[in-house]
Design a protein around this ligand. Sequence first.
Ligand code: AMP
Ligand code: TRP
Length: 326
Amino acid sequence: MATIFSGIQPSAQAPHIGNYIGALKQWVELQEGNDALYCVVDLHALTVPQDPKKLQESIDQTYALLLAIGLDPEKSTVFVQSQVPAHAQLGWVLQTISTMGELSRMTQFKDKSAKFKDSIPSGLFTYPTLMAADIVLYDTQIVPVGEDQIQHVELARNLAQRFNNRFGDTFVVPNVQIKKEGARIMSLADPTKKMSKSDENKHAAVFLNDPLDVIQEKLSRAVTDSQTEITFDPERKGLYNLLSIYKILTGKSEVEIEQDMKGKGYKEFKQEVAHQVITLVEPIQTRMQELLSDRTALHDSMKRSAEKAASRAQKKLEEVYSKIGL
Ligand code: AMP
Ligand code: TRP
């Protein structure tokens, strides 16, 4: 049994199938037989300007989504970051042992700050220290994320080691866990780019809350190539991406899929992929609507989980405060 921690930002835009395949699917698998904590990281969302009403709604939506994909509050601790004050408190402490140099090297900071020109929010810069706090508060051993978060988990490892060296053994040094397959699902409109929530092209990503006909439409338009045979060839990026999605959702082997698709055209194959995606998202959407229709029950569930997380986190924070002389 391992201690697992991961987080997802609440956003008005629901996660896409890249988020699901790269991260969320593993979360559900890992809750079996492990001590797993999953967090809606609302404090992280504040690193870019937010509308308060919309943020509140996004937190509910994201929390409901985590339950709808199959995270079970009886098996794992699914909670909202701002409801456990120790995250922000330890975040500050870790910020004081981090350096400008190491934070400047974060590629996500470089990407995201480029949009802000002269007035880059400083929270965007210090964000990885808060993420490190999220992780080390619970003696986390494994952090399941997509590829783009590896560098942040590396930093969490460095900060945990640095703290341990300066103040004595306090934190478990966490390990990142990346799925070999699906860690990087590509845009349907441009398979050389990662599938992303913020893509301007409306056909780039399939979102978990997309109407079913929209899913069909997006997949039917997915960029492929002018060849005809359906085979796993990483050079044929568009097709390879669709095949990867199909493989992960069906659990079939590459040989089996190539066999099944012999003699079939792209149109038919894309319909098959759409069918698999719809089979995945339809029950998630139904469950999410049910959960969101009773906000009192939803908020009660959040509160209970936050209390569970907080009693663990508070102990760690007290140990840290005492070690650093507070
Ligand atoms: P975010 O959308 O940045 O909150 O990411 C949530 C999780 O999904 C993180 O673990 C990311 O690494 C993962 N993720 C984001 N985009 C993709 C993608 N295109 N393929 C696979 N995983 C992804
Ligand atoms: N930074 C992550 C993302 O944008 C979210 C996150 C915050 C996280 N804290 C975390 C992920 C701790 C894993 C562990 O996707």
